[in-house]
Design a protein around this ligand. Structure first.
Ligand code: HEM
Length: 187
């Protein structure tokens, strides 16, 4: 039987394709292009992580402290000598269903990051090796399988329409951040 995570993956496939398309336009072969890519992620991730914390994300994810990535992302930008964005705060809903949906997108984004991070690690981009803390964040830990287990355990207790709203919001947030920074990332 299809679990909650599988349903979310199916429902959000087109939204995922959207962010994949937007972020794939950044030229990761240059420090400038990679820095712009990281800045775009920061525009969405910094305020969303902070809003999660204000909303009490640790009641959903007690291991949240190991999941947050904004400090690693800021350190990568500093290593590249790129300005660290200071995006405005986000007001988000605080109900569990919405937060689970938003967290699904945030945590799922680790997979694309992992793929890109490994590619950069294995490539000849030595300049990037001190700036992969975000893309390669806690690669050795089973953060995603653990998240999926917790998410699926919630199925039946959450209003799935509301979960989907959190999913959609978060994909839109990243899509918007990626689109805003991409013009200046062109080679
Ligand atoms: C260049 C950009 C990206 C690429 C190449 C990419 C690629 C991938 C890949 C390869 C997977 C694993 C699919 C699988 O094993 O079934 C994945 C999963 C996922 N990605 Fe991305 N991704 C990108 C950007 C993003 C962004 C920006 C977000 C959201 C902020 C995102 C959210 C997700 C989610 C939620 C999943 C989990 C789907 C699931 O299995 O339930 N991705 N991505």
């Amino acid at each position: 039987m299809e679990g909650l995570r599988e349903r979310l993956r199916r429902i959000s496939a087109a939204w995922h394709q959207g962010v994949d398309d937007v972020f794939s336009t950044y030229p990761l072969s240059t420090p400038e292009g990679y820095g712009r890519f990281l800045q775009a992620h920061a525009q969405a991730l910094f305020p969303l992580e902070e809003a999660f914390e204000r909303a009490g994300i640790e009641r959903l994810l007690p291991d949240w402290q190991t999941r947050r990535r904004r400090f690693a992302l800021a350190a990568d930008l500093e290593a590249l000598g790129m300005p660290v964005p200071v995006p405005p705060a986000l007001e988000i809903p605080t109900d569990d269903a919405w937060l689970w949906g938003a967290a699904y997108v945030m945590e799922g984004s680790r997979m694309g990051s992992r793929m890109l991070g490994k590619r950069m690690q294995e490539g000849d981009r030595a300049w990037s090796h001190g700036a992969l803390g975000y893309l390669c964040h806690r690669l050795d830990e089973p953060l995603w399988p653990r998240f999926v287990k917790e998410l699926d355990a919630q199925a039946g207790q959450l209003d799935e329409a509301r979960v989907t709203e959190g999913v959609h919001y978060t994909f839109r947030l990243f899509n918007g951040a990626g689109s805003d920074n991409v013009a200046s990332a062109a080679p």
